[in-house]
Structure formats: structure tokens, C-alpha cells
Ligand binder design. Sequence first.
Ligand code: UDP
Length: 310
Amino acid sequence: MKRAVVTGGAGFLGSHLCDKLIANNIEVVCIDNLLTGDVSNIEHLFGNEKFRFIKHDVTNFIHVPGEIDYVLHFASPASPIDYLKLPIQTLKVGSLGTHKALGLAKEKGARFILASTSEVYGDPAINPQHEEYWGNVNPVGPRGVYDEAKRFAEAMTMAYNRYHGVETRIVRIFNTYGPRMRLNDGRALPAFVSQALRGEDITVFGNGSQTRSFCYVDDLIDGIYKLLMSDEIYPVNIGNPDEISIKQFAEEVIELTGSNSKIVYKELPVDDPKVRRPDISKAKRILNWEPKVSRREGLIKTIEYFKSKI
Ligand code: UDP
């Protein structure tokens, strides 16, 4: 049986990855310091003999006894609010944490996959964003702690591939949503859905003309798994190209929750990207992957989850 280490395995994406690996008969060692992760995301796996949890901060040396076939590095604060609150931890897990996770993969002869992000494109000057675009990032802005850490992490991953011969993969993850998202992580989707369900005002930042493209978590996890099993070493965008303005998105959430909430406008955060949409032609071509769940379908499932939490 194969064995995988998932850093950040108690997080939103990490926990779904643990489920996916176990469903594919791969043993999982989940490592998380629970800074933004939550045990409730992995509780259902306790007692499963294929699953083990280690509470550990991966910016420190990672020791896992036994053989390991895959290292999936998914540990990081990942919402704008989180990395504004935790700037140093965000920089450390993207840099030191990536170094430690790569070191583990090298030691074990394991394949490594880095969770990178559409944030490496910054406030993009082209739309949609394809993998050859180098981005437009402000290194000294508040988002720089996340963007630059992930850019460093990509460079470090490529260096371990080229210099140490580690088998590496890089996934650039675009906005993703679904069950196990935290209600209060400050992101647009949990904010809008919980505001709508509580009948509170929906807080749209700026005039809401900025765009995002939201991917349902099951689709994303499927794409990441395919990339892990492929032989592509260069970054691959995984996301849903169905682009929508944030104002329209707020209206959609109001409609699907049947809420009476009104939209109110707040100040736009610094360096908030004006557009974001993945070009997924590479993923289609080399992984034969594309998202299957429409935004309405995914939103309905996610609203049900949020209802159970509120
Ligand atoms: N946003 C908003 N209201 C909120 C939270 C976010 O209008 O309560 C906006 C935010 O400024 C951005 C978009 O929604 O333009 C998506 O934000 P999110 O935090 O989900 O992720 P980002 O794509 O910026 O990383």
C-alpha cells in the first residue's frame, strides 16, 4: 500500500485530500498545527487504520518514520484575512515549511506536490491567466506575505527538482469553495452565505465589479489528484473558468438562500485583484481534467453545509 503525508491535512483542502487519498487506498499521515485548520474536518477519519494525525508545525524539522510515497504540502493560512492576521506565519510556512516538506520528500524518495495559488499572478494584467504569465505582484503590500511566499515556494520546488532530482508537481489553485470552509475566514463566499442566512447586510468590497471564478471543492481535489499522478513538473492551473463579478455573485447568493439581505458597499482591500479567471487549457490537455460542478449546483450544496453550522 502507498503512503502519503499531507501537511495542512486538517484544513479545508487538506482534509478533502486526505479523504481522496484514503478512498484511493493510500495511507495518510496528516500533519497540522491547527493554526487555521480544525480537527472537526478530520474527525470522521479517526479510527480509520489508514489514517494518522500528527499535531506539528511544519516550519520545524518534520520526522515521519517509515516509507513515504507522496508528500502533499498544503499547510498555509490561505484567506486574505488569515494572512493579514498571521503575516509572519504565512511567510514562514511558505518558505521554511516548503523547505522542510521538500527535505522530507528528498529523504524518503517521495513525490512532492506544492499547493500554489492564483495569487502568484497578483493583480493580473492579462485575463484569463495562463501558466506562462509571470504575474504582477506587489512585494511590499499586505498580500505580499502570501504571494511572495508562494512564489518562493515554487522556486524552491523547482530547485529541489533540478538540483536534488526530487519528483515535483506544482498546482496553482484558484478560488475554491465547498463544505468545511470556515464561516469566518473573511472570504467572499462564507461571508456572503452566512450574512444571507442570518439576514444581515451583504458586504461587497469596492463597487463589486472585480471578478472571481469559483471552483467546487470536489472538482479541485479531482484535478489535484490527477496532477499528482501525472508526470508534469511545471505549474498547472486548477480552477473553474466560469467568471462572475462579486456584485453578481452576492446577488446569486441572495437568490439561492432566499434571503432578504441587502447589499452594502465597503472599502476595497489594498491590492485586491480586479480580475481572476484560470486558463485551464493545460489541465484539459495533459490531465484530461475540467470542472463538472456548476456554480449553482455547488452553491446549493455549500449553503446546506453552512445552514448546518449556523
Ligand atoms: N469580498 C467582498 N466582501 C467580503 C469578502 C470579500 O466583496 O465580505 C471581495 C474581495 O474584496 C475580493 C472578492 O470578494 O474582491 C474575493 O475575495 P476572497 O476573500 O474570497 O478571495 P480572494 O480572491 O481575494 O483571494
